[in-house]
Design a protein around this ligand. Sequence first.
Ligand code: ADP
Ligand code: MG
Length: 316
Amino acid sequence: MAEFELIESIRARCTQTRDDVLLGIGDDAALLAVPSGKWLAVSTDTLVAGVHFMQDTAARDIGWKSLAVNLSDLAAMGAEPAWATLALTLPAADARWVEEFAEGFAALARQYRVALTGGDTTQGPLSITVTIHGLLPERVALTRSGARGGDGVYVTGTLGDAAAGLRQLQSKSPGDSRLLERLQRPTPRVAQGLLLRGHATACIDVSDGLAADLGHVCAASGVGAEIDADALPASPALLAAFDAGTRRAFQLAGGDDYELCFTAPDVDSGDLLDALAHSGCAAARIGRIDSGSQVRIRDAAGNPVALPRRGWEHFA
Ligand code: ADP
Ligand code: MG
């Protein structure tokens, strides 16, 4: 299969259309109609074989996840997804692999009405870069810098499942499909991000590990946070498969959760929490913002919890 045929195979499967795509795949650039009065939110994420996923991961799952991690970034800004581009570097022109990859990507693109508007296809070690574009009303974006002393700290869904799934994969144990699913096919919290607009003071998606990612919020906002390790939400699958110590490490520093961690004044949080629960993904209060400068973790009895590492970092 030649480069052109690979592109055609992707185009034929990623069929989500939008009226605001004036010119899509096939020219030197896409032309997109940005509505006046809206702001554009743009984000890029790369997945590299052997770094972000194991070499033998199913192509369909890689396709899904390459879009999911980008949608998660838009969710954390409170943006509505619109367009994506896909830069694909492949070791070989494997038609079957590309078909399955494109089908995984397209399944999620359909769900969120994301149009694939272009990309690039090159030969080299397997690597996928997606750039996502989303739309927001002016001045309502959720950023990392708005957390204030006294705000509650919240997280959507459950933490630690993806890290638990990875541990099971690596240990070649049969594994719990619910945990593997969280690792291979994360659900971006797009609807929840939209609900947070106008309510959350700061937001980030948990991709590298809660402690590390909340640390970014604290640094950007010039505040500290105290987290109750016993308040972190855990799924039934995680509770069933791992002891309390391992669970806590996965929840605090595991990464790949793609939940939203946000801050909000407690007075404002009742209706918001109701709305999140109604959206199908409830949020839990896990701590409080204070005038410190770091993320400190305690258990329910008030004892400090030490972490060997706070999250994933490249070049560390
Ligand atoms: P150019 O050489 O002008 O950059 P390309 O031959 O790389 O053009 O791409 C041809 C068209 O196909 C362009 O519209 C480009 O955006 C699109 N395209 C290339 N690779 C991909 C891909 N992996 N996914 C989606 N569109 C792609
Ligand atoms: Mg090109």
